[in-house]
Design a binder for this molecule. Sequence first.
Ligand code: CDP
Ligand code: MG
Length: 344
Amino acid sequence: MIKFVFDLDGTITKVETLPLIAAELDLADEMKLLTDLTLTGKIPFDKSFKLRYLILRNVPLKKIQDIMATVPLDEEILAFIAEHKKNCAIVTGNLDCWIEPLAEKIDCEIFASTSELDDRNSPVLTKILDKGTVIRELKKSCDKIIAVGESFNDVSMFEAADVSIAFGGVHKPVDAAISVADFVVFDSGALCRLLKNFLPIGEKKPMQKTLVLIKPDAFGKNHSGDILKIYEDAGFKIVAAKVMRMTPELAAKHYAEHIGRPYYPSLVEFMTSAPIMALVLAGDNVIKKVREINGATNPAEAADGTIRKLFAEDKSKNAVHASDSPESAAREIPIFFSAAEIFD
Ligand code: CDP
Ligand code: MG
């Protein structure tokens, strides 16, 4: 079995968590100093962690957990872990009880520094995790370990792993990590594509797919080229495409959940009024991302740079359609394309 092990702070979290907590508690300078010294290896992780633990140990656990719950996580890495849960683990020097809210969100095996709660519900540090030791233990039951991290504390993990990847998605990996890494990657999309190459062929999942329609307004105004370029530039593949005219029957099938809504008759009239371009796009997390790229249904509410902001007229003539969930994509794609027309 192959195991992907991820550092937590600065790899999956988009900020270092302990400085964030310290900032909330007016201890930012002290914590930053210690974190900088640790990230660059000027003081060993265990010593620095002990000091950082002492700074934070008297803060009520609930307060730390509440702040942890707000820490932004890398969505692409989370999606990769969710898809390959049994092959993934988090290896972090951070304290088990502090990171509980993050562990719940990430939801895979986790190795962390350990604590016991005293009678005031404050954590008492029982063991600082050594990442190299964890990897050597995991090796007994795994064929191949692929480690992802960025700081000085990850070097022992990199040295023990079969493949190591220095990840610069949050900040540049420290030189010591880069110098022992097999790969250096600066973007989480690229990281996940690289990780997938290590999966045995049979475990490679097919690319996620979504249905996109370039509606009569945008197609008629010759915006298809611009719109396709936006999707392609975002890294998605066009695996099926056709110019066609929607019939009322097709519209009823496609917009089944809208039948009976006040706007339904005008929606069908609009969608059948002129040719559209139907597409299937494929790629990582394509369903969610294309919805983001398209923007809100109402162009007045759509974010800058979204297709609807750029090309839509109003809430009805809103340039594009995209499936809103995996269930919708699975239902909608066969309405427009046969399996033989999809090249994935
Ligand atoms: O397309 P999207 O999933 O963003 O929105 P929807 O709520 O599923 O609605 C489907 C389509 O119905 C919209 O894209 C609009 O073209 C149309 N619509 C409308 O004309 N007036 C509304 N009040 C809501 C939707
Ligand atoms: Mg919809």
